[in-house]
Design a protein around this ligand. Structure first.
Ligand code: KFV
Ligand code: CO
Length: 152
């Protein structure tokens, strides 16, 4: 088992906004809209079957906009779209160590969706914090691998 040491209280957990995720029903149409509006190109595409999503990543100022389309209706993004329609789905905060960030947030009373890191896109380790602890915004913790494949 990995040993986890809690960041001291008062030490910020997050080092950057890793990405802001937008739920869309038509990924190709959303890519066209975003590329035209921002004058940017999609830098990375990936299907993450465990999370029931297909993503397209657009780099913005050292961070990403993550366009997310559901793989089916009975997935987190599929249910979100049925209930609320397209829009902001989650904010992702970059952390140095996902397991340590989960432990620290739990110790501070946050309601975690994930008790252990899961596989995210780009080889990341991720965990979700429930929107009820974060002002109604689903929040993702992202540990970017220090070695390994490039980000895009
Ligand atoms: N933002 C804010 N509120 C949300 C929400 C969201 N994205 N999704 C659901 N809710 C609210 C929903 O409106 C409802 O509120 C309550 O949560 C339960 O919704 O006031 P209300 O009406 O009670 P349900 O029943 O529709 O959903 P539930 O089955 O409870 O699941 C909610 C939740 C957050 C636990 C689920 O969506 C989840 O496990 N999400 C984490 C996984 C995920 O979202 N994966 C897709 C992204 S993958 C990704 O970003 C990756 C792979 N990556 O690398 O970045
Ligand atoms: Co995400």
């Amino acid at each position: 088992m990995r040993r986890v040491s809690l960041p001291a209280s008062g030490v910020p957990l997050a080092t950057a906004i890793d990405h802001v995720a937008i739920a869309v029903s038509d990924l190709e149409a959303a890519i066209r809209d975003y590329e035209r509006a921002l004058g940017a190109r999609v830098a990375h595409r990936e299907t993450i079957a465990e999370q029931g999503v297909e993503e397209a990543m657009i780099e913005v100022a050292g961070s990403w906009i993550q366009l997310l389309a559901p793989l089916g209706p009975d997935t987190p993004v599929g249910k979100f779209l049925a209930k609320r329609g397209p829009g902001l789905h989650h904010v992702a905060l970059r952390v140095p160590d996902c397991a340590a960030a989960i432990a620290a947030m739990r110790a501070r009373g946050a309601r975690m969706v994930d008790d252990a890191p899961r596989r995210g896109s780009r080889g990341t380790r991720i965990a979700f914090v429930h929107p009820s602890s974060m002002g109604g915004v689903l929040t993702e913790l992202v540990e970017v691998p220090r070695v390994g494949p490039p980000r895009s």
